[in-house]
Write a protein that binds this ligand. Structure first.
Ligand code: SF4
Ligand code: ZN
Ligand code: ZN
Length: 305
């Protein structure tokens, strides 16, 4: 067995989609080229952008930071980063420490923002409440709000997240399965909102399978936080992820075909079901919201915080 590209006998991967066998260097090169291709095809970056990387310290966000840094080195963009500390004992601190080290290594502006300092409660404390709705429901909403605020405070023009192919396919299927037709017009490599206060979000890793990102960080010897969140498997997303991975065992290209199929029908969803863009303001915190209270504040009220 030898590398399809250069003939090196030390093959480290057989690619799911193309069936190519690649050695370490050709694999690293293939991932970086594919991400750069997505950036160009989807027009994710403009010269002079200041991109805020949502940096958890996990493999996905570290990979986004690493690859976008090649644009920064060429003076095309500037980069800053934010790490959200949700307050999950025996899990989050390691990721925060790793994020700090990457930001220092690259010399980028970075801040860590905790749920506790922002909202007065940690995710673990929320999970002690009898009326909680599941960890990921709160985690996603609070994290999004914190990252949006950080983007405004740091003057970022884009927010880059580490969503990979698996994440995107899970989101597509979850929205189908839950009948969230409005959300089905909003997924994609670049999400925009009509509210000025929301910064454009980009997903440079949208076409890279999770497994390949794991291999990329190992091949590049990047320090990452590999542990899984203790709440991960309790979620609907966890169940959907398991189901897709089971199907992919016998149908290796199913994730790509789901993504491609969605991209083709997205314009129909967009036209038929108007996405719910926030138009007013939350009366409690002032963030953009279509209702009296934004999602984060209505959760806080329910939780009595
Ligand atoms: Fe948050 Fe859920 Fe992800 Fe854990 S699995 S970090 S609770 S969204
Ligand atoms: Zn090679
Ligand atoms: Zn609010």
């Amino acid at each position: 067995m030898q590398c399809t590209k250069c003939g090196n006998p030390k093959v480290i991967i057989k690619k799911e989609q193309s069936g190519q066998m690649l050695c370490k260097d050709c694999f690293i090169d293939s991932i970086e080229k594919k991400v750069i291709k997505t950036v160009k095809k989807e027009q994710l970056l403009d010269k002079g952008d200041k991109v805020l990387v949502a940096l958890s310290g996990g493999k996905d966000s570290v990979t986004v930071l690493e690859i976008l840094n090649s644009f920064r080195k060429r003076n095309i963009i500037d980069i800053c980063a934010v790490t959200v500390d949700e307050g999950i004992d025996n899990y989050r601190q390691d990721g925060v420490d790793i994020a700090i080290r990457h930001a220092e290594r690259l010399g980028i502006e970075h801040k860590v923002v905790s749920l506790k300092d922002t909202y007065g409660i940690t995710l673990d404390e929320i999970m002690q409440k009898d009326n909680h709705k599941g960890s990921c429901t709160y985690c996603g909403v609070f994290r999004r709000t914190i990252i949006n605020k950080a983007a405004r405070e740091m003057g970022a023009t884009k927010i880059a997240t580490g969503h990979n192919l698996d994440d995107e396919v899970q989101a597509i299927l979850m929205n189908y399965l839950e009948g969230n037709t409005n959300n089905l017009g909003k997924l994609g490599a670049k999400t925009e909102s009509k509210a000025e206060e929301f910064t454009v979000k980009i997903k440079p890793l949208r076409e890279i399978p999770e497994r390949e990102i794991g291999l990329y960080v190992v091949a590049k010897e990047l320090e990452v936080h590999f542990d899984s969140c203790p709440y991960a498997m309790q979620s609907f997303r966890g169940e959907v992820s398991q189901a897709i991975n089971d199907l992919a065992e016998n149908h290796p290209t199913i994730k790509y075909s789901t993504l491609r199929g969605y991209d083709k029908i997205k314009p129909l969803f967009k036209g038929e079901f108007k996405p719910n863009y926030s138009q007013g303001r939350c009366k409690r915190c002032g963030e953009p919201s279509s209702n009296e209270l934004c999602k984060a504040c209505s959760f806080l009220e329910e939780l009595g915080v």
